[in-house]
Design a protein around this ligand. Structure first.
Ligand code: KG4
Ligand code: ZN
Length: 340
């Protein structure tokens, strides 16, 4: 069995053809980074329009690369319909409905967050559920208890900014390009992670939540000093920037690692699966690995190329197909987060 999966929740237009043994026949991701870079973040209207331009070429390229036939070889169409930007989601969902209708194939709706966690399954070679699942992306920082791939229970998450969003905002303060995560981790290599004592919200508290907005503000004042000094008027040298980047990155990683470990001990589960763009962060991967090894916890982190948005993680659709969970053409987008 093979599916064509489509992903347009935010600013990547992506499609992939995957087999039910998780063979990847093709995967195409058209990034919009260049379009949003000048705004230091994703502009929803621009994202939606770019998806409209790219969706058909991306699907065509995906089919061509797979050397398969849409009509004869594909058994179902899968699409992420939640959560995400409304205009972006609409493009993918409309394309998927049109394909399902014209090809007379079943339509499967995917939750983008749970697909990020399912990315851990791709290289694992075996089932990774039940587990504590952590999604660390540009839009979300959440912890779930998954009894299986389709049954997550929400444990906690950010009460303000997502971890990736904080990386993007701090990068912008340091004059680094969007997306900020890769740019910050690059210059952090030359920095001292103890140069600045940034806050770590809720670290010692018995709650599985995150807050990164205070950290963002602390970074801002460590650049400008007290008062209302415009950030653009402050010129930092490369070492100062690296020290801020390294100290900020360490503060985020400390919170993520601590809450992941709290979640496993609180829910007596011996396994963590982590997905989402921030899971590509080298320091985070290494320190979470060390923490898990120290406590005998099994850790699966999404393969690097499937941390940021892609359609291969749409393979979670096979779990839905197995459970008989298909949609009719009335399926809608759900831009907001549905926690269950
Ligand atoms: O999962 P993703 O592609 O999109 C959402 O679903 O939000 O995540 C994008 C986010 C961006 O905020 C980006 O700065 C962050 O992931 N990111 C990173 C790294 N690579 C991407 N953050 C920290 N370190 C990285 N290496
Ligand atoms: Zn994502």
């Amino acid at each position: 069995m093979k599916i064509l999966a489509i992903e347009t929740t935010c600013d990547e237009t992506a499609a992939a053809i995957i087999g039910d043994d998780l063979t990847i026949f093709s995967s195409v991701v058209a990034s919009q980074e260049a379009l949003h870079e000048q705004y230091n973040g994703v502009v929803p209207e621009i994202a939606a329009r770019a998806h409209v331009q790219r969706i058909l070429p991306v699907i065509q390229e995906t089919v061509q690369k797979s050397e398969l036939s849409l009509t004869d070889d594909i058994d179902a169409i899968a699409v992420a319909n939640t959560p995400g930007l409304a205009g972006s989601l609409l493009v993918g969902v409309t394309a998927a409905k049109a394909l399902a209708l014209s090809l007379n194939k079943p339509l499967v709706a995917i939750n983008h967050l749970h697909a990020h966690v399912y990315a851990c399954r791709l290289d694992a070679g075996r089932d990774v559920f039940p587990c504590i699942g952590m999604i660390v992306s540009g839009g979300h920082t959440h912890l779930y208890h998954y009894s299986d791939a389709l049954n997550p229970q929400y444990l906690g998450g950010t009460i303000d900014d997502a971890a990736g969003e904080a990386f993007d905002k701090v990068a912008s303060m340091l004059g680094l390009p969007y997306p900020g995560g890769p740019a910050i981790s690059k210059i952090a290599v030359d920095g001292n992670a103890e140069a600045h004592k940034y806050p770590r919200s809720f670290l010692k508290e018995d709650r599985l939540d995150f807050s990164f907005s205070g950290l963002k503000t602390a970074v801002r004042y460590s650049i400008t000093g007290p008062g209302n000094i415009p950030i653009d008027s402050v010129k930092l040298n490369d070492q100062q920037k690296s020290d801020i980047a390294a100290s900020f990155q360490q503060a985020v990683v400390d919170c993520l690692v601590a809450k992941a470990m709290q979640a496993v001990s609180k829910h007596s589960i011996n396994r963590i699966c982590v997905g989402g763009g921030v899971a590509a962060n080298r320091v985070f991967r290494q320190q979470l690995q060390e923490a898990c090894e120290a406590q005998g916890i099994e850790l699966f982190i999404a393969p690097l190329k499937y941390c940021t948005d892609n359609a291969v993680m749409g393979a979670i659709a096979f779990e839905k197909l197995k459970a008989g969970l298909v949609e009719d053409l009335s399926v809608d987008i759900l831009p907001g987060l549905v926690r269950a």
